[in-house]
Write a protein that binds this ligand. Structure first.
Ligand code: GLN
Length: 309
């Protein structure tokens, strides 16, 4: 859905794309599954979506990539919309300070993961959404299709199969939490839902549009309400404090916006009341965040003066 109503930030995006082109050292693509390892770390795209659904971008902003942990934001919102505050009895909202796939805090915190954006927390959220809907990944896909206006969005079967084949760590997290009674569904069912969720392929344009409800204080693209204003604020707050794993402090310091990264190299970000962004570049730093993605968002907030601070 591209219109010509206002492309306010296009010159800024063009400048950032030029700067990224000249920047050496882009990190390494995720290598835990072959489908991601094959990505050229220097690819780059960035999109802005305005509140009215106008979307524009630079570079490969229409190229689908593996959304991975970015989807954790949408499953959180979909579950929170259904069950409200009860969710927070099963998952916390504190930064973990540990890698996204870490097990260590679960034992001394009774199987309650620190937040919904590390893998353990996302597994709990997907489990609860699965209990409420019978098809968590299907709900997520339908939501992304409708918010982006892109009916061709889909799961990537090769990525999902690869995640399953290399899924021991996530299986361990799920079993460990189940031992504390914090998982409802059978573990193979939950893992299948979670891996399909991670595998969704979407572009910067799709994901910037799908994030719009967080900039519109809970209102979906069609004008209906998904979250209360207060819940939208809560999701944005958890993105700011936990959205980039053990680099969330640095991300808040550099970018100053709620953001969520994925190991596919994408990052979404929200300027509440103004616009949303999505940037993609597959080269990651050692914490699993896109090197050029963080740099581009850093430049965006510096050049525009926009931030939540
Ligand atoms: N599929 C990945 C996993 O569960 C997602 C992790 C991520 O994007 N940080 O390990």
């Amino acid at each position: 859905m591209t219109t010509t109503s206002s492309l306010t930030f296009l010159p800024v995006l063009e400048r950032i794309a030029e700067e990224m082109e000249r920047t050496p050292g882009r990190g390494r693509a995720a290598d835990y599954i072959p489908a991601l390892a094959a990505c050229d770390p220097r690819r780059f795209g960035m999109a802005v979506a305005e509140l009215d659904g106008t979307v524009y971008g630079v570079g490969e902003w229409r190229e689908p990539f593996s959304a991975q942990s970015i989807t954790k934001v949408f499953t959180l919102a979909l579950d929170l919309a259904r069950e409200g505050d009860e969710l927070w009895e099963h998952v916390g909202r504190e930064p973990s300070g540990n890698p996204f796939n870490s097990l260590v805090q679960l034992e001394y915190e009774n199987g309650i993961p620190r937040n919904p954006f590390i893998n353990a927390g996302a597994l709990v959220v997907t489990d609860r959404l699965q209990t409420r809907t019978g098809d968590a990944a299907g709900e997520l896909l339908a939501f992304l299709r409708s918010e982006s206006g892109n009916a061709s969005l889909d799961f990537d079967k090769e990525v999902a199969a690869s995640e399953t084949a290399h899924g021991d760590r996530n299986a361990a997290l799920a079993h460990f939490m189940a031992s504390y009674g914090n998982i409802d569904n059978d573990i193979p069912v939950l893992l299948d839902q979670y891996f399909r969720q991670c595998s969704i392929a979407a572009s910067c344009a799709d994901l910037a549009l799908a994030t719009g409800f967080l900039a519109r204080h809970g209102i979906r693209a069609d004008g209906s309400r998904l979250l209360t204003r207060s819940q939208a604020k809560q999701v944005n707050a958890v993105m700011l404090t936990c959205g980039t794993y053990d680099a969330a402090g640095d991300f808040a310091y550099r970018v100053g916006l709620p953001g969520k990264s994925g190991v596919g190299g994408g990052i979404i970000a929200v300027v509440p009341g103004r616009c949303t962004l999505c940037v993609w570049s597959p080269g990651l730093d050692e914490r699993g965040n896109s090197v050029a993605g963080v740099a581009a968002l850093d430049r965006f907030t510096t050049l525009t003066g926009l931030s939540v601070f």
